[in-house]
Design a binder for this molecule. Structure first.
Ligand code: 3HC
Length: 661
């Protein structure tokens, strides 16, 4: 039978008496109004088509269904709504089988759950990531998933939003089978079901009460990671209700919760970040630049940063040449990289075979000439301009003319480093965050002379590492450290004005930061910033306000966690308020005749946010950041800004009519 269109993005064809319905709504087959109405029309058609004994639902391209169309959120709703479509599928008189060819996420997973069977292709995955958008599943996910896989597993999946791949999906009872041709296998399953009572997920009894301790443990694990967010707790409440409410009541409660959370500021913030993360790596006009193939990556320097970068490149399939100054240093670099890979094996993130494969692609050397094979060289040596310019000058004569040179500097001017080379157009900044094998964020610095195809190649490389690139221009500290410095300065002003480190940290932590700024400084160590301040002392504007408290602490040997004392004391490793620090702060106030005043947590946050936003606004004006969302993405992914607040620029926009944050 011919191909029948039901809407712009849904069409079907009869195959072996089964109607194969294909959703083709690029890029991710989201359940737009057009898809929903197309699905309804296809169901109507098959209901009265004697020639069709069942339906197979599948997605075009590499995704099954990526979920509800997030772009429709906040707009007037258009019938039919997703729960209606899903209920129709579940109640359908003929078998409906999902051929899950790729990701079945959110509403896509809910569609699959309502089908009478599920066959997965090798690239399939299931997930209900709604909590990551500040909402709960809104089309039956919280009610149907526990009926299929039990409370404990459902709390884990829905509460964390994590997706499961094929093997786990089968083990959990989410999938009936794996097939290289999921549509063919789904047609066969539909035939098997014909004439038999259909398995309707919604009428399955929730598996008998599981060990209450296991349920509580799953719940505690989710809640421990959801600081300040309400969606995970709401999702757990709904999942647990499947044991008490019937399906209809449960669905009604779920929908009401979904609608309430969808309109919350938490969800608006997380949706903003979802789109901002995808926009951050895009540069207008750059899609025309072709990117170079990067297979072999050289990493110069194998300290904490260099070895992290090497591990990241190895685990994403690259060949890596790690260069050190001496054979001994190269051997320790190799050991450091191997140890990091071993750690990933121990934590289950990498298989032993995967580690061996990575090590087989690693070459460590003390011979710079070995870098001739590199497509990209990333330097991660000591952050000193002379060291870096000397290195780049030397590399110039060694690496291929088409190799890209990247600097991982945090504070130096990459244009100055590029100027030391014969061809600055091949120099780009790649500012990784430590530990580089774990942190997703990379600031990709578009230097004054970086060629478009070099920038495009760097972006493609970072995305290929599974990381999150944010393009920025040149300024001291790029986006992240510029804002971090501004808000640290403001925090120190407040110390002089009357707040204590523990009060500022408590305000930040209550706002949702995992750790306050002074505790973070202690963890990172105070000496690097101290050295910078000393370097800058000669050129500092004498009229500018300068707080000496941190200098006094450093002079007293209080360099943070590793020296056992910093902004706090750490007896037995535990962060503790130290009266000595309070005395240093009080002395600094007295020396400047500052009458100390008290601050509420709201005032503290208001001043810190304002400092971030003022700096962010300056970065936008200077073209260092292209969009406010880029700043938000950097602060959330690199500096612990709580994602559910949407980043400083978003939060300021939301709060602009309120007196305090
Ligand atoms: N709605 C609208 N647009 C979406 C979308 C969605 N659900 N998912 C992805 N997109 C868009 C992205 O914004 C991006 O657009 P752009 O090209 O203009 O920047 C494009 O699709 C491609 O997305 P990615 O860059 O993320 O593509 P990947 O191939 O890397 O990943 C994916 C594909 C795994 C499907 C990933 O996009 C993803 O995780 N999407 C979100 C899934 C999700 O959260 N679904 C739940 C939605 S809420 C829901 O379903 C509520 C329900 O319970 C009622």
């Amino acid at each position: 039978m011919a191909h029948i269109p039901f809407s712009k993005s849904v069409s079907a064809r009869l195959r072996d008496s089964v109607f194969v319905v294909v959703i083709d709504n690029p890029p991710v087959n989201a359940l737009s109004a057009d898809v929903r109405s197309g699905l309804m029309a296809a169901l109507d058609h098959v209901a009265s088509l004697d020639a069709a004994t069942g339906i197979v639902l599948t997605g075009a391209g590499s995704t099954f269904i990526g979920g509800a169309d997030i772009k429709e959120f906040g707009k007037p709703s258009v019938e039919p709504m997703l729960p209606e479509v899903i209920e129709r599928i579940e109640a359908f008189g003929k078998p409906v089988v999902a051929a899950v060819n790729g990701a079945a996420l959110g509403g896509g997973c809910e569609v699959a759950l309502a089908c009478h069977g599920r066959i997965v292709g090798e690239k399939a995955s299931f997930g209900l990531p709604e909590v990551k958008l500040g909402i709960v599943p809104g089309a039956g996910g919280t009610q149907r998933l526990p009926r299929l896989i039990g409370l404990v597993a459902a709390i884990d999946l829905i509460g964390s939003g994590r997706a499961v791949k094929t093997g786990e999906a089968v083990a959990l009872g989410l999938a009936d089978g794996i097939a290289t041709d999921p549509v063919g296998a789904a047609i066969a399953l539909a035939h098997e079901f014909t004439g038999k009572p259909l398995r309707r997920t919604g009428v399955i009894c929730v598996p008998p009460a599981e060990d209450p301790a296991a349920v509580s443990a799953a719940e505690a694990k989710v809640l421990a990671k959801s600081r300040g967010q309400s969606a995970p707790a709401e999702a757990i409440r709904l999942v647990k209700a499947t044991g008490e409410l019937d399906l209809r009541q449960g669905l009604a409660e779920e929908r009401a919760t979904f609608l309430r959370l969808r309109d919350s500021s938490e969800s608006a913030a997380l949706r903003h970040i979802f789109f901002a993360e995808r926009a951050a790596g895009k540069v207008e006009g750059l899609d025309k630049a072709s990117s170079r193939k990067i297979e072999t990556v050289a990493v110069v320097g194998t300290g904490l940063m260099g070895s992290g970068i090497a591990v990241s490149a190895l685990t994403s399939g690259h060949r890596v040449i790690a260069l050190e100054q001496t054979p001994e240093a190269a051997a320790s670099g190799k050991a450091r990289i191997a140890e990091t890979l071993d750690k990933s094996v121990r934590s289950g993130r990498l298989t032993a075979g995967g580690r061996d494969d990575c090590l087989a692609r690693l070459q460590t050397t003390a011979e710079a000439k070995d870098l001739v094979k590199a497509d990209l060289v990333i330097e991660a040596v000591f952050d000193d301009l002379t060291v870096k310019t000397d290195l780049f000058r030397r590399l110039d004569g060694i690496v291929r003319a088409d190799a890209i040179l990247a600097t991982n500097t945090s504070y130096l001017n990459p244009d100055a480093i590029a100027a030391a080379t014969a061809d600055p157009s091949r120099v780009v900044g790649l500012h990784f965050f430590s530990p580089a094998n774990v942190m997703r964020l990379v600031e990709v610095v578009d230097c004054a002379k970086t060629a478009p195809e070099v920038l495009a190649s760097a972006l493609a490389f970072v995305k290929g590492l599974g990381k999150l690139p944010v393009v920025c221009g040149v300024t001291e500290g790029f986006i992240g450290n510029s804002i971090f410095s501004a808000y640290r300065r403001e925090a120190e002003f407040m110390l002089e004005d009357g707040a204590l480190p523990q009060e500022i940290d408590a305000a930040l932590e209550a706002y949702g930061f995992p750790m306050g700024i002074f505790a973070v400084n202690d963890m990172a160590g105070l000496e690097i910033a101290w050295a910078r301040r000393k370097r800058q002392a000669a050129t500092r504007d004498p009229a500018a306000r300068y707080v000496e408290i941190a200098d006094r602490l450093c002079e007293a040997g209080r360099l943070g966690h590793k020296s056992g004392r910093g902004w706090y004391a750490y007896p037995d490793g535990k962060r503790t308020i130290d009266p000595e620090v309070t005395a240093v702060i009080e002395a600094a106030r007295a020396a400047k005749n500052i009458a100390s005043r008290s601050f509420t947590p709201a005032e503290i946050m208001s001043r810190l946010l304002k400092a971030m936003v003022d700096e962010g606004t300056a970065l936008l004006a200077d073209g260092v950041a292209a969009r406010p969302g880029d700043i938000d993405v950097v602060m959330i992914n690199g500096y612990g800004f709580p994602a559910h607040r949407g980043g400083p620029m978003f939060a300021a926009e939301q709060n602009k009519d309120q007196p305090h944050a």
